[in-house]
Design a binder for this molecule. Sequence first.
Ligand SMILES: CC/C=C\C/C=C\C/C=C\C/C=C\CCC(=O)SCCNC(=O)CCNC(=O)[C@H](O)C(C)(C)COP(=O)(O)OP(=O)(O)OC[C@H]1O[C@@H](n2cnc3c(N)ncnc32)[C@H](O)[C@@H]1OP(=O)(O)O
Ligand SMILES: Cc1cc2nc3c(=O)[nH]c(=O)nc-3n(C[C@H](O)[C@H](O)[C@H](O)COP(=O)(O)OP(=O)(O)OC[C@H]3O[C@@H](n4cnc5c(N)ncnc54)[C@H](O)[C@@H]3O)c2cc1C
Length: 607
Amino acid sequence: MEGVDHLAHERNKAQFDVAVMKAVWAGSRDAYELFHRFSRLVANDPEMFIPAIKAQATEEQQKQWLPLANKMKIIGSYTQTELGHGSNVRGLETTATFDPKTDEFVLNSPTLTATKWWPGGLGKIATHALAHARLIIDDKDYGVHGFLVQLRSLDDHLTLPGITIGDIGMKYGSGAYNTMDNGSLIFDHVRIPRNQMLMRLSQVTREGKYVPSNVPRQLSYGTMVYVRQKIVFDASIALSRAVCISTRYSAVRRQFGSHNGSPETQVIDYKTQQARLFPLLASAYAIRFVSEWLNSFYKDLLQRLEAKDFSTLPEAHACTAGLKSITTSVAADGIEECRKLCGGHGYLTSSGLPELSAVYIPACTYEGDNVVMLLQVARYLMKTISQLKSGNKPVGTTAYLGRAEQLMQYHSDVLRAEDWLKPNVVVEAFEARAARMSMACAQNLSKFNNPEDGFQELSADLVEAATAHCQLIIVSKFIEKLQQDIPGKGVKEQLGVLRSIYALFLLHKHIGDFLSTDCITPKQGYLANEQLRSLYSQVRPNAIALVDAFNYTDHFLSSVLGRYDGNVYPKLYEEAWKDPLNDTSIPDGFHEYVQPMLKQPLHHGRL
Ligand SMILES: CC/C=C\C/C=C\C/C=C\C/C=C\CCC(=O)SCCNC(=O)CCNC(=O)[C@H](O)C(C)(C)COP(=O)(O)OP(=O)(O)OC[C@H]1O[C@@H](n2cnc3c(N)ncnc32)[C@H](O)[C@@H]1OP(=O)(O)O
Ligand SMILES: Cc1cc2nc3c(=O)[nH]c(=O)nc-3n(C[C@H](O)[C@H](O)[C@H](O)COP(=O)(O)OP(=O)(O)OC[C@H]3O[C@@H](n4cnc5c(N)ncnc54)[C@H](O)[C@@H]3O)c2cc1C
């Protein structure tokens, strides 16, 4: 029925102020208002290009290029990856050779594997590329730098001489990512003026002298730090979208349990459904809050960089790389789990979930493969530990490693299931687990004569240690969020429940880590699980209101199953009838191919 709220009875169960929770989810009341008005803004806006110019171009270059890019007079593509090299940025092969006679750089792709491959917008639309290439002066290789290269005529959009561009072809699924023209590009001795090398961080003079900057060369990777922190925010959106669909549908869907004609059981009431769904609901909130923190950390980094304070750059890199990795993996896996939670209907395009999944899963790869990113975190952790001996006191997200000795002695003092609700009890257990896993890796690494050999050999353990560290950050930031003043009836209590679910679910999932590092006993692990079950029951009456707090419109969700009003079945049926196969009762080709078979004579009663 139109106009009837089929989920009203669920909404009436809520034990908290949903309006306030909407503002908490949005970040603030102002952010909520803004989101409400602009909720149709798409996260995948292909502005990759502009942040890179801001980060790497001189002020003069920015004055020249940013107005053009902002007004869409030129369309740029962030062109880094090659056919043969993606993760290994230092291994890029494209060259930009300085020609002192003409005061130009000559861009060239010396091999097939040097072909630029993947950059978004490159295939069909971009007029310019921010191309990453090795700077060569007098046969000397100065490593990878950024160059602004015009690709297509601004008059007729035809490619310029020496440039071969194409689209790299269809991608996974048939959905929206195929509307993105990820491109391939070969340079054949393409000339650009010297002032089109982005020279904020290092310069090449008219005489062909290379002037390195006095700032860390890693600043040239700044665009990746910026985009990675955006991707963490994006993960909270993608996961919460899937969770919203699957929670609402789980309250609508009924299976089994009818007695004497009473309705069947709502599938959301099955404990197995809750144990799969509610940790994802909690994860969506956890990722949202850690992304909020990461964004403020990033803003603080920018202020420091302005003041030539580079001290937090390594931590910013480790946090953005690690959290990008963990949150996109959780979101990608979570979306798939949400699809399964919707049973057969989840596989229908009209559920919105297959499309969301197909568009989202490359987040585990782009802007840094997730394993490669965790290995960066592991390097940072090993470096931090190696500096402990020289008295360096770690700060920020690795401060706990400064208490490593104490954490090595830690044994959880949990006696009852409720003890696991205490934030300090949880944080200590997560700190001890992360510290012990990292310390064990550091100790094993020290047995190798060549640290790089050791790093390769132990890389699987290092990834696990990095995961434990990143999970600790997320748990801690959730706890810190709740130390803020949060008004509204029941809002803080509900967030407290979600915080505990998030932490205890991780503890349950990684119980092997906690037990093998001797941080908790099997009995304490059992108590954590007992507490988790009771928390699921507390979330149950609030589940629909907790996803309503995401404030997503039906238009944004694009899902028949996730409709706000829960009116699923008539709409599913209606959607099916929009399938072009249903335009005619006899399918194309029936008369040509199927009917002749049906008309073949029977021989002895058989075909
Ligand atoms: C505007 C966007 C808005 C919203 C976004 C939302 C959604 C996104 C939607 C779509 C996104 C679409 C497309 C994505 C585009 C791309 O994918 S662009 C290509 C991105 N490519 C990568 O991410 C490549 C991954 N590889 C790397 O980042 C690096 O090469 C590496 C981290 C693997 C390092 O390799 P090495 O060769 O070991 O490193 P190195 O060059 O020698 O440097 C080592 C030291 O530098 C430190 N470091 C590395 N990276 C950074 C960094 N980014 N910032 C600061 N420091 C860095 C590293 O820790 C080493 O330090 P030491 O102290 O140990 O020396
Ligand atoms: C949808 C999409 C959009 C993209 N957009 C852009 C763009 O706009 N611009 C751009 O320049 N690029 C873009 N890319 C490219 C993207 O950044 C790279 O694909 C990504 O950085 C991963 O690099 P790779 O493909 O070389 O993977 P590889 O590094 O080849 O990874 C293959 C496997 O090797 C493993 N591996 C690699 N190195 C190590 C190591 N050191 N230790 C252990 N394991 C390792 C990885 O974990 C992975 O399992 C895009 C990619 C996709 C999928």
